[in-house]
Design a protein. Structure first.
Length: 669
């Protein structure tokens, strides 16, 4: 039997309902089948009603009315949501305001509602929110205009894993915050999310989301960020049907970013990131747990890091990364007075964090201007224990970083170190687990052309080790003494010469934290060569010339000088060397100590006079004593090179090679 029912302009007041309904207009048909009760149904052709502030309209079918009642309903509404606050339990501390208008379709049974069986309930709808706000306890959300669309399940998606729920939000202004905690603002945002059933705690939730936003601002404690035009995609899917390991895909790009974290800031004009991230196996440490690969581009970034007194400016950088390799395809970086381009690879990343290997890198470093002090301050003590860094009386003691093996092939137009300037710098710099090595570095200063190979090791802050092979050509002797003041202690006679020459030293020594040489540990050899030098000390020269019967008309000039000497602990031994002055040739040898007391012998081996004289010179530069002595060297004696420097060079290079090889053996590949 079919029953038709119609109601016009009805009213309903019921205490439990709390809100009266009026303007009720409905037509419905009830089809009652006593023979087959499951065929009985109610068809709502139309149902309209109003509350004091809102309007509703719906239609649909109600089936199986004698058993598990099922509903298939379409509804439209225009609500002032404030009037429904009275239905919210007081203990939820929730309040809503604003306007909501939209439509809803629903298919469900009473039992599904009772059991919250969302696997079988079907809901979809679209609502416009205007001047809407909702507050739950200390959390609030507000928007002046937003559209919310949802589907449960999502029958339109091709991604079955995330078909449980779809939601899409379009908002011209959305603001969410928690008092004294976080604050988020979105402008002109379009956000879509597809998910698996997030209620299932036994399986990894699967999510697929896209977003496009004109402006985003967020803050949390002392951290904040403002971003223009962020857009991208985020997916988290299981690797396999039975797997609990996720595969995360991130696509992101945006324009201006301004971020603050405590006293550190990050500003960038443009950023582009594409990455795939996999969860590692059986690892609880976050840095080892996630394995990422992808590419990253950045333009015009300014980075200020707390505790670092220089802002890092990055005009551009383009990198690829995998779990084991970080490749810089191109980069331009400015730090204070330094600018450089860096390309190359960083390897063994995962192995490094597992503790199986040191971090290895091979880079090309090109720069127009480099401030070496600034770069050393940035890397000082990296990877070392806190108590190994030290501030000395003259500044920061540089502690070589540990746990890394980085090689830089350098090409620098101009570099500044303290008050000295060098140009045309080419060579290899390597930092290897606490050892700094310079190999064949060539450079030019106003004083000379130079080549340097060296090793610097920092086992303790007050016990530093340096081994070096330092070669200077066409150097002004006065400048040499200024650049390396300790040379005056090694060969005090140099202060008596003026002009240009060649200086070569190969030595090893320990230093204190202020870089003072521990003289008892100094071992080295050196050679000095010069042409057309000038004797600066007229009084000293006059005494020696008078004793040796030099021609009074002889000028204060030395045609040539070539000397070799060794340094061992506190003693310097000067091997016989030849000085040529006009028509006189003399051989000089001797030794002196770091207390500046010396003992030299000078033999005239060739001169216009028929006699050959020698003289012993003892004392110090302030109190010299001269005494005639028998010549130790025969007439026309010519000292031969002992190749002291060459031999020491080989020792130092062997020492460097063995130090690097021992680090490789200790730390693996």
């Amino acid at each position: 039997a079919a029953i038709e029912f119609e109601l016009k302009n009805g009213e309903l007041t019921y205490p439990a309902l709390k809100i009266p309904l009026n303007n009720i207009n409905t037509t419905l048909t009830a089809d009652i089948n006593k023979q087959q009760p499951d065929l009985s149904k109610v068809t709502i052709n139309s149902f309209e009603a109003s509350t004091p502030k809102s309007k509703f309209r719906f239609s649909g079918d109600i089936n199986d009315i004698w058993a598990d009642v099922s509903f298939n309903i379409s509804a439209k509404t225009a609500m002032i949501v404030d009037e429904f606050n009275q239905f919210i339990p007081a203990d939820l501390k929730t309040n809503v305001k604003g306007k909501a208008a939209g439509e809803l379709t629903a298919q469900f049974t009473l039992s599904q509602i009772e059991k919250a069986d969302f696997d079988h309930i079907k809901l979809s709808g679209k609502f416009n929110l205007n001047d809407f706000s909702a507050r739950y306890d200390s959390i609030s959300v507000a928007t002046n205009q937003s559209t919310v669309e949802f589907r449960l399940p999502d029958t339109k998606t091709k991604q079955k894993a995330t078909s449980f729920l779809f939601a899409h939000i379009n908002s011209n202004d959305l603001h969410a915050n928690k008092i004294e905690d976080f604050d988020v603002t979105l402008k002109n945002a379009a956000i879509s999310v597809n998910t698996s059933d997030v209620r299932d705690t036994t399986n990894l939730p699967q999510i697929s989301s896209t977003f496009k936003i004109d402006f985003l601002a967020a803050s949390l404690d002392t951290n904040s960020v403002k971003i223009n035009n962020p857009e991208g995609k985020f997916e988290m899917l299981r690797l396999g049907k039975e797997s609990k390991r996720p595969k995360i895909t991130v696509e992101y790009k945006s324009k201006q970013i301004a971020a603050v974290s405590g006293a550190s800031t990050f500003n960038v004009e443009k950023i582009d990131l594409n990455s795939t991230i996999l969860e590692g196996i059986d690892s609880k440490e976050i840095i080892k747990q996630w394995i990422a690969k992808g590419d990253f581009k950045l333009n015009n970034a300014d980075i200020s890091i707390a505790g670092v007194n220089q802002t890092i400016n990055i005009p551009d950088i383009d990198v690829d990364f995998t779990p084991t390799k970080f490749k810089i395809k191109s980069s331009n970086v400015n730090i204070g007075k330094s600018d450089f381009q860096l390309v190359g690879e960083l390897k063994n990343i995962v192995q490094y964090f597992k503790g199986d290997s040191i971090l290895r890198g091979n880079f090309k470093f090109t720069s127009a201007n480099t401030d070496i002090n600034q770069l050393m301050n940035l890397t000082n003590g990296l990877g070392a224990d806190d108590d190994t860094t030290h501030i000395s009386a003259t500044g920061t003691t540089y502690m070589v970083p540990k746990g890394i093996d980085i090689e830089l092939a350098t090409n620098i137009d101009k570099a500044v170190f303290n008050s000295d300037t060098a140009t045309a710098i080419n060579g290899v710099l390597r930092v290897n687990d606490g050892v700094l090595v310079l190999e064949g570095v060539n450079f030019t200063t106003p004083a000379a052309k130079m080549q340097l190979s060296a090793m610097y090791r920092t086992p303790r802050k007050n016990h530093l080790f340096a081994g070096f092979d330092y070669h200077m050509t066409d150097v002004e002797i006065a400048q040499l003494l200024k650049m390396i003041p300790d040379i005056d202690s090694l060969m005090p006679m140099l202060r008596s010469f003026g002009g240009r020459g060649e200086f070569h030293i190969a030595a090893e020594t320990y230093l204190d934290s202020a870089y003072n040489i521990k003289k008892s540990t100094l071992r080295g050899v050196s050679s000095i060569k010069g042409q057309d030098l000038v004797l600066m000390d007229g009084e000293t020269f006059s005494e020696i010339a008078k004793t040796l019967k030099f021609n009074k008309k002889t000028q204060n000039r030395v045609d040539s000088l070539s000397a070799e000497f060794t340094i061992f602990k506190q003693e310097i031994d000067i091997y016989p060397f030849l000085i040529v002055m006009d028509k006189y040739k003399a051989v000089v040898s001797g030794q002196h100590n770091f207390d500046m007391n010396f003992k030299y012998h000078i033999s005239v081996v060739d001169c216009p006079l028929p006699i050959k004289l020698g003289v012993d010179v003892t004392g110090n530069m302030d109190d010299m004593k001269y005494r005639l002595a028998q010549c130790r060297y025969k007439e026309f004696y010519r000292p031969t090179s002992r190749k002291l420097v060459e031999n020491k060079q080989l020792e130092i290079r062997k020492m460097i090679r063995e130090a690097l090889l021992s680090k490789v053996a200790d730390k693996g590949n």
